[in-house]
Design a binder for this molecule. Structure first.
Ligand SMILES: Nc1ncnc2c1ncn2[C@@H]1O[C@H](COP(=O)(O)OP(=O)(O)O)[C@@H](O)[C@H]1O
Ligand SMILES: [Mg+2]
Length: 274
């Protein structure tokens, strides 16, 4: 939970929020340039991974277990260094402008929902009272306004994940990194959170990098999918999901969605075959 400390302190250019930008209006945010990461005993988690990210992008990293998705996210977060290559930020992040959501909500059980969401501010010495307006606004955004004084044990799995998302959102991050955040949830809750995540993103204007191994989730959420293969971990294909936002249940049940899922499944199957 010391993520917010580890990000270099530089400035972001302001950009408009509340509107999703079209691809041509998007500003370059960062690039991964030929990233490699080798662990002890010569485990090549990533080799030659390149990815361009623009403000407002919703990119999924889709691939089988062990293909380096979490490692790529940790490198983006500045939590670990690549062995080769580098992350080139066009607009360097300030501390607090990268939000991270892990698969486990990792909440403090002894603290209320509001106090959990306060954490990134607390780490920077900002008082609870001074943070309260922002905390309330963010809890409203994730649909938990009435639960600010509840404790994690009183919440469902989906609600805990909403708290985790609120904690990542509260500092107005320019990029949110999400590592299989809904993988442990039942399908109905997952669909609901997928819908809500798109609404939150529309309102916050955040750039999102989303790790998943679900074809259906990646197609519903993303405007771009980087399909990854393992041993060594790498991107084998980038797919554009050419469907405007907002996306809703009509898209989820459309034949266009079904054919996009088929196309993505085929790319994923290729990644398992090679
Ligand atoms: N800290 C680590 N030390 C050694 N090997 C690791 C470490 N983290 C990940 N790996 C290895 O790197 C590869 C990619 O892991 P990971 O990024 O967690 O994949 P994914 O998130 O796609 O499942 C795996 O073979 C994993 O065992
Ligand atoms: Mg992982």
């Amino acid at each position: 939970m010391r993520v917010w400390h580890s990000i270099p302190s530089l400035l972001f250019c302001p950009y408009s929020t509340g509107n999703l930008l079209t691809q041509t209006e998007k500003l370059p945010l960062l690039e991964l340039n030929n990233i490699g990461k080798t662990f002890a005993e010569n485990i090549v988690a990533l080799r030659d991974m390149s990815l361009a990210v623009h403000t407002g992008d919703f990119i999924s990293l889709l691939g089988p277990s062990g293909c380096g998705k979490s490692t790529a996210l940790r490198i983006l977060a500045g939590l670990t260094e690549p062995t080769v290559g580098k992350v080139n930020w066009h607009q360097k992040p300030t501390s607090g402008s990268i939000g991270i959501v892990f698969q486990e909500p990792t909440l403090m059980p002894w603290a209320t929902v509001a106090k959990n969401v306060w954490l990134p501010y607390r780490l920077h010495g900002k008082s609870f009272n001074k943070s309260m307006a922002k905390i309330s606004h963010t809890l409203e955004l994730v649909g938990l306004k009435e639960f600010s004084q509840s404790y994690p044990r009183e919440l469902s799995g989906g609600m805990k994940m909403r708290v985790s998302i609120a904690r990542a959102l509260v500092t107005d991050p320019k990029i949110i990194l999400m590592d299989e955040p809904f993988a442990a949830l039942d399908e109905i809750t997952r669909f609901k959170l997928n819908n809500d995540l798109l609404k939150i993103r529309e309102e916050s204007g955040s750039t999102i990098i989303f790790v998943t191994h679900s074809v259906f989730e990646s197609v519903f959420l993303s405007d771009r999918i980087a399909v990854m293969a393992a041993r060594p971990g790498r991107i084998i294909k980038e797919l554009n999901i050419d469907e405007p936002y907002p996306r809703d249940e009509a898209f989820r049940t459309s034949s266009k969605y079904a054919s996009m899922c088929r196309m993505t499944s085929e790319a994923l199957k290729e990644s398992m075959d090679i």
